[in-house]
Design a protein around this ligand. Sequence first.
Ligand SMILES: Nc1ncnc2c1ncn2[C@@H]1O[C@H](COP(=O)(O)OP(=O)(O)OP(=O)(O)O)[C@@H](O)[C@H]1O
Length: 668
Amino acid sequence: MSSSVAVCPACQFRALISALSPSVRQWQAQRTMASAMRQRKQPLRMTLSQDVSRRRTEKKAADRDTAGPFAGMNQTVARLPERRAPRAMPSRARMALRTEIRKRSPQPRTSSETSPSGSDGVETEASSPPKKKSSVSKDERPLFHALKMQQTLAPLSYSQRDKLKMKLDKINSFEELGLMPAVSSAVYTQVLPNLTEYVPTPAQKLAIPALLSQKDAYQKQKKADGQPNFDKFLIAAETGSGKTLAYLLPIIHHVKEQEERDRIEEAELEAQEAKEKEDREKRLVFEADPSEDEPKIHPSMGRPRALILVPSSELVAQVTKVVKLLGHSVKYKSAGISAYNSPTVIRNRVFNPNGIDILVSSPHLIGSIAKKEPNILSRVQYLVMDEADSLFDRSFSETSCSIIDRAAPSLKQLILCSATVPNSLDRFIDRQFPECKRIVTPKLHTIPRRVQLGAVDIDREPYRGSRDLACADVIWTLGKAVHEDLNPRNTVKHILVFVNERERAEELARFLAGKGIDAVALTRDTTEQRQAEILSTFTASAAVPGSEKPAAKSKTKLFSDFVPFESSTTDPSSSSSSSSFGGRPTRHLPDTKVLVTTDLGSRGVDTLAVRHVVLYDVPHTTIDFVHRLGRLGRMNRRGRAIVLMGRHDRKDVIREVREAMYKGQALI
Ligand SMILES: Nc1ncnc2c1ncn2[C@@H]1O[C@H](COP(=O)(O)OP(=O)(O)OP(=O)(O)O)[C@@H](O)[C@H]1O
């Protein structure tokens, strides 16, 4: 039965309004409030939207600009797409940083001026790398247009670089660096026994005297705010420039000196104890001496003097090897522990009853040991953060910082070391360690001119967009080319292939194996033993630097899109190689070993045996370019890199990187 009650039209309207969408209700509420305000004769207060700071999403912008049947409707002005201005304007963060640096530096410098060096001869001014336009010479910027989009690396002016070069020319041997003779002779006999001439690298020439000169300047007094005081250094030098020895040799020098001081102290203590014992024996003739039953514990058991932290287990093994080699002639106790070692092995190495002087490990492992055994950090005087840009990135930063905090009371030197100084690390150091002394080499962020970079367009025939096929073809071509190494023992070619995604590495290695190539993948999923096996073949090199033939002269122009491959060997569709590119491999590429890897293989791994790198994917940033290409050209060796580029890749970025390499300029 329908209701016979008559409903007035006003009530009906109100019911309809309340059923409408919330936005209408909101509008209604605003109107009511506005009229109430007006009645009270008060000005209407505008409140900001909660979303005012939220950025307009790309999608919305894209929607508005999409062409379509209604795209031009309700417009009073023509909305022509704006021409994008080049990214010359620095970001807000960089502007803030520049302002801060400007405030801190006493006088604006011009390009002709050089930075004042510290009292110890170190380029202490580099502690705030010049970022002002005035200190950057004209010819260093115009090169980069595409790279400005991602400008990730902290700049260093060319005037500073020139000044450093002049300083470096004056040092010619390890003896001039101030190391104790036993340490410098260990370099000749243990680490670099095959060299005919021993000259420290620029990183070593600058860093070793700087780290040594601090030994007496260091003062153990606390800061005004009660915080422990210690010296902070950043060693920033190009890849393959011997940074490991640059920080290790001064540390060994310090450890040996400290050992001598400890020996004197111990002798004094023993003499005092002997005297006390004698007195006791005189007093208690008939009682047993309880101190005789106490087991003697070495003071350095589980408490290293120097701690070297690196981001991966592979690097732990690599650095430990150098530490052990030097330890053969300069006697000290050292160990390396990584997550791959069993708890028993770790315990035996760290808590060796004979003590430990130098420990190499990763932050996560030391962090977890320190939770149970806080004493592990209680005697650390020298703390090295190798690959500092990794150790202070998001995945490591918290652990790394907490280790520094725990070690701080006993710390004398904190040494950060890196081949790349991204803007993020630069800012972090400015914030956390403003008094950090920066030791920067003139070639920081450059890729050696000994390394050639070629590009292969995968969209061209015969690859037709197949990156895998292009990669296999490049490897076949490199594998079949004449070996550039004159050393008859180095007959096997080692090629590194870098991919951006970990998952891709395994797939690609399988694909290459299917094409008759001896390829393996190295990722975080690879077992420890296998990793060690794989890396040993890529890092060992019996070749003496300089014993290489110069690379064959390129027949093509520098910026042509192809590397100069001989078509007879490269064309996968040709009869000679068709068998290897179709289905099951019937041919095998001899004397060529290929390692497909990710960033894991690009950081710090001393790939002396590698002459060729294939960049399967275009690296995301210049930092990746520096590290991946940095596996080549190590210690005056030559190398060739080939980047595979498709239609979606940034060809302009590749072109600029290649041009910078050719001109010997630093990437940005
Ligand atoms: N003075 C020197 N003369 C010749 N070779 C050297 C010298 N110092 C170090 N080397 C060798 O150079 C190679 C590279 O050294 P190291 O691994 O320390 O470089 P790096 O600067 O740490 O590289 P990365 O930045 O890639 O980690 C090593 O094989 C090392 O033995």
